[in-house]
Design a binder for this molecule. Structure first.
Ligand SMILES: [Zn+2]
Length: 424
């Protein structure tokens, strides 16, 4: 744990990846055991602190994963985590199947989820509040007695706190007293706003100043990354999330956004901070392995994250890259791109000539040069004609149009250049 005072921005944050468990619940993906092992290897290379491998016993795939992981995975930087839940209502930890499976998984670290909302305890579990607290505390104590590092995922913590703060804090306190190593506050339904996270983080850190607090958010209100960042600003030392934001419904907090925000904007260190330049490559590797389209508009790692289209923007970018970028794309392994389109200006075309190393053929060429203006008009006319004649619309179609236009424009460069040379 960082020596930072409870409730203050920590110097170091642990990144806990749950792509292989929560992320696998994304609609439309199915990871094989081989996929999971390959992803785990790359997560280790990237340097996340923890890799949640799955829920042992929940399905044959996760059982096989933990069996094979024990011999096939040689993790250098990350620790593998087995996930499960607390003991059942009225049950005994000693013969609880889920807790037994967690031990059988053979990992040093386990994470258990338990209900932290009075409503869910009384309505979903149909039991009393005291039993709700005991289920959590007994399970943590049992796993600790078997020498495990135990994280407690406090399910529905934020919603539960809003309804009955006393109960939600009682469950957390029970987990802490039983020896939980990190109390992870979950925004399970993903509907909490950053202001509420701030308020509840402050109250929780005040109540449990000695505890390590973590955060696990979902993106249902579009706040997954924001809520994780805000929680860290108020003392969370562990962030649970998934890469590319995979997960059920609208997904989990996207670690492709969380990690650079923490490292670049807040100055927090994490295990893999020297590998931040591999983030974009990892994000694309994950999409390919999961066989899912890579979202080109993802912050930091998307193909469009540093793509400039407006002529005025590109003109300014050539003068100073910071004019329309919040960070250097190279820092996260991404690339700056200037798009040629009907919205381009002379600077884009002149820049493309420069990129193609053709600019030196036309002495004194710049964004106002007649050849550049001529080419620019052709690009605009061509885009108009292609769209009109092909009737293309929508993001996919437009991308194709841009590819066609870029190609056509480049093909037109050579005759233009030749004409310039003849005239010179
Ligand atoms: Zn979750």
């Amino acid at each position: 744990m960082s020596a930072t005072e409870s409730g203050a921005l920590p110097e170091t944050v642990e990144i806990y990846d749950t792509t292989l468990r929560d992320g696998a619940q994304l609609e439309g993906i199915s990871l094989t055991v081989d996929d999971k092992l390959r992803i785990a290897e790359q997560l280790d290379r990237l340097g996340v602190h923890y890799i949640e491998g799955g829920w042992p016993g929940a399905n044959p795939k996760d059982v096989e994963f933990f069996q094979r992981a024990a011999t096939e995975l040689d993790l250098e930087h990350s620790k593998l985590v087995a996930f499960g839940s607390t003991r059942r209502v009225g049950g005994d930890v000693e013969d609880d199947v889920t807790l037994g499976n967690l031990l059988d998984a053979g990992t040093d670290v386990v994470c258990i989820v338990g209900k932290c909302s009075a409503y869910h305890v009384t309505e979903a579990l149909r039991t009393g509040k005291d039993e709700g607290v005991a289920m959590v505390a007994d399970s943590v104590r049992f796993l600790k007695s078997h020498g495990r590092t135990v994280f407690f995922d406090a399910e529905h913590f934020f919603d539960g706190y809003a309804d009955d703060p006393e109960f939600s804090l009682r469950v957390l306190t029970g987990a802490a007293e039983a020896g939980a190593d990190c109390l992870v506050l979950c925004d399970t339904n993903g509907g909490t706003l950053p202001g509420e996270v701030t308020e509840i983080m402050q109250a929780t850190c005040k109540k449990l100043p000695e505890a390590e607090i973590g955060i696990h958010t979902h993106n249902d209100a579009g706040m997954g990354v924001a809520n994780s960042v805000v929680a860290v600003e108020h003392g969370a030392v562990q962030v649970q999330g998934t890469f590319n934001g995979y997960g059920e419904r609208c997904g989990n907090a996207n670690l492709c956004g969380v990690i650079p925000n923490l490292q670049l904007k807040l100055g927090c260190s994490w295990n893999g901070q020297d590998n931040l330049g591999d983030l974009t490559e990892f994000s694309r590797f994950l999409s390919e392995t999961a066989n899912v389209y890579h979202d080109h508009r993802q912050a930091y790692v998307g193909e469009s994250a540093f793509a400039h289209k407006g002529g005025v923007h590109i003109d300014a970018m050539y003068k100073s890259p910071s004019s329309y970028e919040h960070c250097d794309p190279a820092v996260v392994g991404n690339q700056r791109r200037y798009l040629l389109s009907e919205q381009s200006g002379g600077a884009t075309v002149a820049g493309k000539l420069e990129d193609a190393k053709l600019d030196h053929l036309i002495p004194g060429i710049d964004k106002r040069h007649p050849s550049v203006m001529d080419l620019l008009q052709r690009v605009k006319q061509l885009e108009h004609e292609v769209e009109r004649d092909e009737g293309l619309a929508g993001a996919g179609g437009r991308l194709d149009v841009h590819a066609v236009i870029a190609l056509a424009a480049l093909l037109q460069l050579l005759p233009l250049v030749r004409r310039e040379l003849v005239q010179a």
